[in-house]
Design a protein around this ligand. Sequence first.
Ligand code: FES
Ligand code: FES
Length: 171
Amino acid sequence: MNERYLITLTVNGDEHEVLVEGRYTLVDVLRHNLGLTGTHVGCEHGICGACTVLVDGAPVRACLIFAAQAEGYDIRTVESLAPQGQLNDLQRCFTAHHALQCGFCTPGFLMLAEGFLAGNPNPSREDVREVVSANLCRCTGYQTIVDAIAACAAGRREAAPATDTGSPPES
Ligand code: FES
Ligand code: FES
């Protein structure tokens, strides 16, 4: 019989105690044990990116790490973007720019983009093109995904308070 371990996962700000076998992947535990089915499973081999979540803010393929390895980290899934059922600005940009068709890849792209924009709020279009190349989409041709992420970045910059230069006033 496979041995089971009690682990504590912090997901979208909540702590969950979960009994897992050592072979369980993070994406399986998110979906099957915690019922967070927004994270999709495509290839299960680290290729497609459909399972992308944030681990301490960094995009990670949740099919490539064991659930036990995620203990002690802050995990965010696509459900965290709309906790009250209201789409966040990135999701609204995906809708406005028609950045999804079947939608299977979308949770992975959203989390990839969230992690990316947190570290690079002023990306060039080339930066965005490079980051989306990490994930696979069979429907959109990627251009609308790039448009959506670039529009979200621009909107966040406009909404940000003006930067204080810290310079003392001239006397
Ligand atoms: S399901 Fe994880 S990368 Fe494809
Ligand atoms: S919208 Fe269908 S795979 Fe991307």
